[in-house]
Design a protein around this ligand. Structure first.
Ligand SMILES: Cc1cc2nc3c(=O)[nH]c(=O)nc-3n(C[C@H](O)[C@H](O)[C@H](O)COP(=O)(O)O)c2cc1C
Length: 227
């Protein structure tokens, strides 16, 4: 007799302004509705060089705080993080890594996680997916997440991205407005700006992506059988 088990999924993510959190929670809800066992592991950014600026929302000095991350992000600097217990406590059928885009790259806390020994143990030989959450420029973030996953021995199965709306200039004004005030406004520096948070379609899109992940796991008998 074959005994079946629930497919297990772990989301590892970082969030500063809660957009990645919203995406991950929506995916987790869908996967639970599909009968999966889902755990969320939010990485904490504890590095003394940067933690203070990201400990409050909105940013105290938005321009200085955001532009201060340009060099560390492009140089691939890593920093101190706290990894929740869910990551070490067991193994999972699928691990999904979700990162806000910081200067076209996965944010430092997620990069620091992927380069850790804990990540190597977690990802090696496992199905993995990646999610980039950007204001606008998500492409490199997703590509780099995929490369890191493969380098750590993970089996990359799928990826998705989420963005806010607007054109190249007004969307960036909206981002600075949001991160410096903490609220969505209609104008910034006298210029009309689009909403600073994710496009409402993120709900449907995240559910579609989660359903794809569930379909692939539930179609695989080696995931469902004990032993
Ligand atoms: C330091 C920093 C750098 C950022 N760089 C980019 C960028 O290069 N491209 C982009 O589209 N969005 C950029 N953003 C915006 C974030 O990717 C976007 O707001 C995302 O939704 C944040 O996710 P979170 O709310 O989960 O923190 C940046 C935000 C911060 C704080």
């Amino acid at each position: 007799m074959t005994i079946t088990k629930k497919p297990s999924i772990l989301f590892v993510y970082y969030t500063y302004s809660q957009q990645t959190q919203r995406v991950v929670e929506s995916m987790a809800d869908t996967l639970r509705e599909r009968g999966c066992d889902v755990q969320l592991a939010r990485i904490e950014f504890t590095d003394p060089r940067y933690a203070e600026r990201f400990a409050r929302f909105p940013l105290r000095h938005a321009y200085r705080d955001i532009f201060g991350m340009v060099l560390p992000q492009f140089r691939g600097v890593t920093g101190q993080i706290r990894i929740p217990d869910e990551v070490r406590s067991r193994s999972y059928d699928l691990v999904c890594i979700a990162s806000p885009t910081w200067w076209l790259h996965p944010c430092m806390p997620i990069r620091s996680f992927i380069e850790s020994d804990v990540a190597k143990t977690l990802l090696e030989g496992k199905r993995c997916a990646a999610v980039a959450v950007a204001h606008r420029y998500w492409r490199d973030d997703l590509r780099i997440l995929k490369e890191h996953i493969v380098r750590r021995g993970g089996i990359y199965v799928d990826g998705s991205h989420f963005t806010a709306g607007g054109g190249p200039v007004d969307s960036m004004l909206a981002l600075f407005s949001y991160l410096s005030t903490g609220v969505t406004k209609e104008r910034y520096l006298g210029i009309k700006i689009p909403p600073a948070t994710l496009q409402p379609s993120y709900v449907e899109q995240s559910r579609e992506f989660a359903n794809r992940l569930a379909d692939s796991l539930l179609a695989d008998s080696s995931v469902l059988a004990y032993g």
